[in-house]
Design a protein around this ligand. Structure first.
Ligand SMILES: *[C@@H]1O[C@H](CO)[C@@H](O)[C@H](O)[C@H]1NC(C)=O
Ligand SMILES: *[C@@H]1O[C@H](CO)[C@@H](O)[C@H](O)[C@H]1NC(C)=O
Ligand SMILES: *[C@@H]1O[C@H](CO)[C@@H](O)[C@H](O)[C@H]1NC(C)=O
Ligand SMILES: *[C@@H]1O[C@H](CO)[C@@H](O)[C@H](O)[C@H]1NC(C)=O
Ligand SMILES: *[C@@H]1O[C@H](CO)[C@@H](O)[C@H](O)[C@H]1NC(C)=O
Ligand SMILES: *[C@@H]1O[C@H](CO)[C@@H](O)[C@H](O)[C@H]1NC(C)=O
Ligand SMILES: *[C@@H]1O[C@H](CO)[C@@H](O)[C@H](O)[C@H]1NC(C)=O
Ligand SMILES: *[C@@H]1O[C@H](CO)[C@@H](O)[C@H](O)[C@H]1NC(C)=O
Ligand SMILES: *[C@@H]1O[C@H](CO)[C@@H](O)[C@H](O)[C@H]1NC(C)=O
Ligand SMILES: *[C@@H]1O[C@H](CO)[C@@H](O)[C@H](O)[C@H]1NC(C)=O
Ligand SMILES: *[C@@H]1O[C@H](CO)[C@@H](O)[C@H](O)[C@H]1NC(C)=O
Ligand SMILES: *[C@@H]1O[C@H](CO)[C@@H](O)[C@H](O)[C@H]1NC(C)=O
Length: 492
């Protein structure tokens, strides 16, 4: 008796759960059909051919169903170039965990009904044309871990309600037109690992106790905004920070020495801000650092010698500051992997160390507009990866070393206004990759063939005699300035 009641109850349970799931997948299907109907352009005809009424929605392209409830758990229509609006009925996909409609041409607002997607973990609506303000209801998606809203036409502020997303790990809203402060509630999401608000018009400060409430942050990308105030000295408490990008803002004050304790940092971008003072010596403690970029930031003082000791460094951009001091003679022992050294437009002096040849990965060496002196070391010719060499507006003396002709990857050779004398080595003109030469405003006295060149500036030298007939053979040459020399004739 009891067993038949039990089996009756069981079969009712199965039946009802079957019809429930049947009803529910019909709900999901209706929701997807509503979406399909709100799409006005479907260039690859994906939805019209594939989203066929006769087949299960679980076989539709971009749709994934869960095994347990047999409901739609993921909708990924990224990059199908779909145009139209997002149907509010999409909010009926209540089992949805992943929604990715990025890289399409959806317009209008994100419908309020999407706030019913309470199981959503990932929402990516980036690279569309959604308008209006960023919806406050996003703050009511309790499971949300990743939110991507980039490259839309969202206006106004970042809503404070985003701070309610206590599981959020990724907040990505670059390339929008957001204004106002970053709400303090956002700096309070302790789960956050990745915050990208690059290229907006956000203003205000970074809270000084930020790292107390963002202990897990790995990437903080805030460059190209209107942010101001100081970099919080407690930045070192963000012990997982790998990538700090604050360039092109109005940050001021000193770069805190405590930054040297952010031992996981790999990328540090602080340029184009209103700092004062020196580069802190403690920066040399960043033993994982690969990119150090602080151009145009009113920095003074020497480049700390500890910086030339960070063996992980690959890219150094410190141009357009007021840095002084010289390049240590053993620079390449400390920076064996350096690829870009761009320290133009400072007040640096001394010689280019001959041991520069040991920086075997160097591709871009920019030392222009400083007070470097001495000879250009012939050892530069051993930098076989070098593509760009800018040494102009310095106080060199002597000749261009003929070994420069060994730089078989060189594309740009720029040494104007640097007191150079003698011939331009013929080997230079044999570098087939070379596109651009600027040796103007020196005291050079001879010139050779220019077969591969795009641009040649040699004005204001002591070049004389006849211009090489091969100039006429330079099919690539677009720009040629030879004025203020002493030529006596030109072959045609
Ligand atoms: C979505 O759900 C709402 C509310 O339950 C309902 O009124 C609407 O008809 C549903 N939409 C579809 C397409 O089933
Ligand atoms: C729709 O696309 C999926 C995935 O490519 C495929 O498995 C399915 O057979 C297609 N259905 C129809 C009706 O074309
Ligand atoms: C869907 O069903 C209709 C009518 O039952 C049929 O004409 C059509 O060929 C079917 N389409 C597919 C893709 O099975
Ligand atoms: C959606 O598909 C694209 C392309 O296959 C993929 O890169 C992206 O990670 C997917 N989105 C989600 C949320 O899984
Ligand atoms: C968000 O959190 C605030 C308190 O910070 C609360 O008042 C509000 O109800 C929450 N909003 C949502 C949409 O959950
Ligand atoms: C910044 O974002 C705007 C859209 O708001 C975009 O048009 C522009 O190309 C972006 N600029 C950069 C440098 O990425
Ligand atoms: C930050 O979080 C703490 C604890 O969760 C809470 O007490 C505080 O009100 C929050 N502050 C802001 C500005 O949201
Ligand atoms: C930073 O690191 C140095 C050296 O490891 C240590 O002496 C100092 O106490 C640290 N500073 C802070 C604020 O933790
Ligand atoms: C950090 O840098 C300071 C100054 O350069 C130095 O005295 C200290 O030993 C460094 N600490 C560590 C752990 O490298
Ligand atoms: C160099 O810095 C000055 C301010 O110090 C700025 O006005 C100028 O635009 C910068 N030049 C370049 C090329 O970045
Ligand atoms: C550079 O590193 C070496 C070895 O790690 C160390 O002995 C030296 O003191 C460091 N120099 C500077 C200026 O930090
Ligand atoms: C470098 O150039 C010099 C002079 O032009 C030449 O003698 C030497 O063999 C070259 N070295 C290499 C490695 O090509």
């Amino acid at each position: 008796m009891s067993s038949s009641i039990f089996s009756f109850a069981l079969s009712v349970f199965f039946l009802s759960s079957f019809t429930l799931s049947l009803n529910s997948i019909i709900t999901d299907k209706n929701a997807l059909i509503s979406l399909k109907n709100s799409i006005t352009s479907n260039p690859y005809a994906i939805l019209s051919t594939n989203w066929s009424q006769n087949t299960s929605v679980c076989n539709w392209i971009g749709v994934s169903c869960g095994l347990k409830h047999h409901r739609v758990i993921a909708l990924n229509l990224s990059g199908y170039d779909l145009a139209g609006t997002v149907s509010p009925h999409l909010g009926n996909l209540t089992f949805l965990r992943y929604l990715d409609i990025s890289y399409n041409r959806f317009t209008r607002i994100l419908p309020f009904e999407l706030s019913k997607l309470r199981r959503l973990k990932v929402m990516n609506v980036g690279a569309n044309s959604f308008t209006g303000e960023i919806p406050t209801w996003l703050g009511s998606l309790p499971q949300l871990e990743e939110l991507y809203l980039h490259n839309n036409i969202f206006l106004g502020n970042i809503p404070e309600e985003i701070g309610n997303l206590s599981q959020l790990e990724v907040l990505s809203i670059p390339d929008s037109s957001l204004i106002g402060n970053i709400p303090s509630s956002v700096f309070n999401i302790s789960s956050l690992k990745f915050m990208d608000l690059y290229n907006n018009s956000l203003s205000g400060n970074i809270p000084s106790d930020m790292c107390d409430s963002l202990p897990n942050i790995e990437v903080l990308r805030l460059w190209t905004n209107q942010l101001s105030g100081e970099i919080p000295p407690n930045i070192w408490k963000c012990t997982h920070l790998q990538d700090l990008e604050l360039s092109v803002n109005h940050f001021n004050g000193k770069i805190p020495s405590e930054i040297g304790n952010s031992s996981m940092l790999r990328k540090l971008y602080l340029g184009v801000n209103d700092f004062r003072g020196k580069i802190p010596e403690q920066i040399g403690n960043l033993s994982q650092l690969e990119v150090l970029s602080i151009p145009t930031a009113s920095l003074t003082g020497n480049i700390p010698s500890s910086l030339f000791n960070i063996s992980s460094l690959k890219y150094v951009y410190l141009f357009n500051n007021s840095l002084s001091g010289n390049i240590p003679s053993n620079i390449c022992d400390g920076l064996p992997y350096i690829e870009v050294l761009h320290i133009s437009a400072n007040q640096l002096y001394g010689e280019i160390p001959p041991n520069i040849w040991k920086c075997t990965h160097l591709q871009d060496l920019e030392l222009s507009v400083n007070h470097f002196n001495g000879k250009i070391p012939s050892e530069i010719g051993s930098l076989s990866m070098l593509r760009e060499l800018y040494l102009g507006f310095n106080d060199f003396r002597g000749m261009i070393p003929k070994e420069i002709g060994n730089l078989s990857q060189l594309e740009i050779l720029s040494i104007p206004a640097s007191s150079l004398t003698g011939n331009i080595p013929s080997s230079v003109f044999n570098i087939s990759s070379l596109k651009f030469i600027d040796l103007s405003n020196n005291s050079l006295s001879d010139i050779w063939n220019t077969k591969h060149l795009d641009t040649l500036y040699l004005f204001n030298n002591n070049l004389s005699g006849t211009i090489s007939p091969t100039i006429g053979n330079s099919s690539m040459l677009r720009v040629l300035y030879l004025g203020d020399n002493h030529f006596t004739g030109i072959y045609t």
